[in-house]
Ligand binder design. Sequence first.
Ligand code: CA
Length: 329
Amino acid sequence: MTANPITATIPFDQDGVHHGHLRLPYSRDDSAWGAVMIPITVIRHGDGPTALFTSANHGDEYEGPIALFDLAQTLGEADIAGRVILIPALNTPAFLAGTRTTPGDRGNLNRSFPGKPDGTVTQKIADYVAHTLVPMADLVLDFHSGGRTLDFLPFAAAHVLPDKAQEARCMAAMEAFAAPYSMKMLEIDAVGMFDTEAEAQGKTFVTTELGGGGTARAETVRIAKRGARNLLIHAGIMDGVPETAPTRWLDMPDASCFVFAERAGMCEPMVDLGAEVRKGELIARVWPTGHTGEAPAEFEAQRDGLLTARHFPGLVQMGDCLAVVADPI
Ligand code: CA
């Protein structure tokens, strides 16, 4: 079996605050013996649980990276008992390019798990996370937002799992995160996700969707920072009580939550994020862009619920996700 070529420039098992890199050799035109350098902070203080917090799994999402670069710079050894592993820019090449996928190989890191030690850059990162980092962790938080093409109501999410004790742990951690919305999430495309790998290893796993549009907002950054600290307290790694905030539970029980564009064109939103919609209600119209005098295509909610996500750019392509309608519980 091939060994993963990634090496950490800092130790995982020594007390103190260690800032360094995961070094992934990557020979290319502009750097023959070069490497992808993934920033990492490991803070350890005695024995205790390990939290693994990651963001920029997709490179165009910013609440998580802001919260984790901030946490890496401010969290001290004396603040914790146990270990905190922070990787704010997990897919560093995508993060540096501001793109969802990896520039060199177009890999979507969150569809590449469990990875390949001798694969592409994306697959090597996934393999290292799956086989080196996740096994060290008790609690895993992988931050997401909508990226350049989606915008979300800010929510933390946990999955419905076959192991109900594990599901309860994940739901409790999601609740501790204290986002304005808490989602029991259905994945439309769960194969290859970090979530699926961490959950298969029995870990307590929380993810988020905190906004989108390829930027961050002050409010959603505050939610991300509060959530990360709350989870460290919830895990017993930090002292204190989680900073609570009202949360509204949402459920995405089946595929009728999703509205997909069956026409390309210009999107006219008919309802905004957070709106209550009824089954059959018009959510968006898509205008033909090449000529005048033609009616727009109309897209309706497939169920009653809350408009939880929407397509962000003004132009849509065939097959784009136009909207997500979730059930308030
Ligand atoms: Ca994402």
